[in-house]
Ligand binder design. Structure first.
Ligand code: GLP
Length: 241
């Protein structure tokens, strides 16, 4: 694991965007694995700036997102599809048909997970997988558990995740209790993993990930077995190491 320490969120975002932009330039038809949450928003803003001001071209890029809430339509402002459109896709020249997010409204969620898994395989996996991290060490919505789940699956959300994510909803009751998430297999098959973290509330999760034992109780710790992980974290997120 390569750990890059930055002064603050802005610097973390710029460094992350620089790595993603370089990949897009080197391999215009790359597959980007993307994440939601507040952490990557700054990097997405910088990618939008690079598109507008420097002509960074996403016209051949494919994207696959990590996860989606079960039961939310793509038009729901809290859905991750909506998040991706408003924070990145609508502001760059990526082709909408080339952007992939699990469908939270699928009648048969297990079938949707299978479709998504096959889609990732058909794309040849991701060239880079952007990750945030939950306070409990989750990646995507792979919550602390007794095992690592390899494939895309439906999962229940941890109490701490519901608590952390309620800030985006009108009330805690409105936070969906289930989600579809890429499993550990697709994340681990990314050619490069870019794990971003900012703020002291991520410090314990980052410490456990980078220095603790590899355990499904801290799902991000599995990344220690990946040959090419770049952690970009600010001082506050690295304060316990
Ligand atoms: C969410 C997402 C994760 C994200 C994490 C951290 O629940 N499923 O993909 O990395 O929680 O979110 P944030 O970046 O807002 O702290």
């Amino acid at each position: 694991m390569k750990v890059i320490k930055t002064e603050n969120y802005e610097e973390m975002s710029l460094q992350a965007a620089a790595i993603i932009a370089q990949l897009v330039k080197d391999k215009p038809d790359c597959v980007l694995g993307l994440a939601t949450g507040s952490t990557p928003i700054g990097a997405y803003k910088e990618l939008i700036r690079k598109h507008r001001e420097e002509g960074l071209d996403f016209s051949k890029v494919q994207s696959v997102n990590l996860d989606e809430y079960a039961g939310l339509s793509p038009e729901n402002e809290q859905s991750y599809r909506y998040f991706m459109r408003s924070n990145l896709f609508d502001a760059i020249n990526i082709v909408p048909e080339n952007t992939h997010v699990p469908c939270g409204l699928a009648e048969d969620l297990d079938a949707e997970c299978l479709r998504y898994e096959e889609l990732i395989a058909a794309l040849g996996g991701t060239d880079i997988q952007v990750l945030g991290i939950g306070r409990n060490g989750h990646i995507g919505f792979n919550e602390p558990a007794e095992e690592f789940i390899v494939s895309t699956h439906v999962t229940g959300l941890d109490e701490s995740t519901i608590d952390a994510n309620k800030r985006f909803f009108a009330s805690e009751d409105e936070v969906p209790r289930r989600a579809l998430t890429m499993g550990i297999g697709a994340i681990m098959s990314a050619k490069t993993v870019l794990l971003l973290a900012s703020g002291s509330d991520k410090a314990q999760a980052i410490k456990d990930t980078v220095t603790g034992e590899v355990t499904p109780r801290v799902q991000a710790s599995i990344l220690r077995f990946h040959p090419n992980v770049i952690v970009i974290a600010d001082k506050a997120a690295l304060s316990l190491i």
